[in-house]
Design a binder for this molecule. Sequence first.
Ligand SMILES: Cc1ncc(COP(=O)(O)O)c(C=O)c1O
Length: 401
Amino acid sequence: MNAKELTNKYIMNTYGRFDLTLVKGEGCFLYDENGKRYTDFASGIAVNNLGYDNHEINSAVTSQIKKLIHVSNYFYTEPQALLAEKLCVNSFADKVFFCNSGAESVEGAIKLSRIYAQKFSKRGYGIIAMQNSFHGRTFGALSATGQDKYHKGFEPMLDGFTHIKFNDFDALRKLIKGPGGKDYCAVIVEPVQGEGGVNIADKEYVKSLRDLTAENDVVLIFDEVQVGLGRTGKLFAYMNFDVEPDIMTLAKPLAGGLPIGAVLAKESIAKAFEPGNHASTFGGGPVITAAANAFFDEINKKGFLEEVLKTGDYIKSKLDELKIDFPEFIKEVRSIGLIGAIEFYEIKAKEVSVELINEGFLTTTVQDKILRLTPPLIIKKNDVDLLIESLVKVFNRNYNK
Ligand SMILES: Cc1ncc(COP(=O)(O)O)c(C=O)c1O
């Protein structure tokens, strides 16, 4: 049996997979079992920010594997310590907790907020989250997620999560300043909602949100699992809004494609954790953090993010042109840095994505009618041009009747 047949026979049916088996990657290109090349505008869902077969990541991993693969977190290891230093020195944070995925980083952020509330702010356990948000599939992260379709079949969700409209400051103020306001200890928000449809927070909203939470000792958590670490053209997405959160979650791209999660926090909040409060067997393991050090050094190199911003501006201009050329299909285009979305009126985004595979491009879809673009951050303008040409071909061939 081939990979497709074995998968369908032996793996639980939780993914709607494309009919494509990938075997190799190089730079911004992936290859299938027949050697056909695809330009990647998916990056394993915003993970492979440096593309594939990156020399620095590969050599960091291979040399660390030979030295030490795993020891428990009862001991110190250098790659983990160095990564923590880099993340803190280059962000608002003073302390890090390492885990293995985005959902786990959200769980860590929720636990830290609640223990901080019990020990210090003396507020309740309620967490305010946004409608249309996505925070992961474990029960805490799932309860924080503001989309019913992910909850269906798994109820009841955890107690203590309230969802309000994204970008609506009044809704937030009413809760925090309302009669039950002391019940809430934290607000969790994605500065750019990825799975929700690439919805970008308003700058004024984020500033007001920051002021209100600070005034009331409510912990502000930014979930940057999808849009942190260079995706928006800034090292961290919060840097687009001129504010700092109290806690930030990171994951997807941090270890160059290996599994990692991180909870970053200010010392004033992180001090609530004591030995025994939270832990992870594999969190911050030497191989993973060696890869993450290499990844972080690359995106933090002088000039790297400037290039991301330039390519991001280029994609934005191309998407704007596309909307002008196809006003009957395209309802809206949105982008910040190298995360972009094309929202259709009627067209099913999955159909377009499948057509693009035939044309040699990989994309992802969200919310039924939204095509999402998250190329590796090293994508070239020429690759963007070729994608747009193929999109035009797909539109003309299938929909321009
Ligand atoms: C903003 C955000 N938070 C959390 C997660 C969950 O991450 P993971 O799939 O690594 O658990 C995701 C995944 O898409 C995400 O986009």
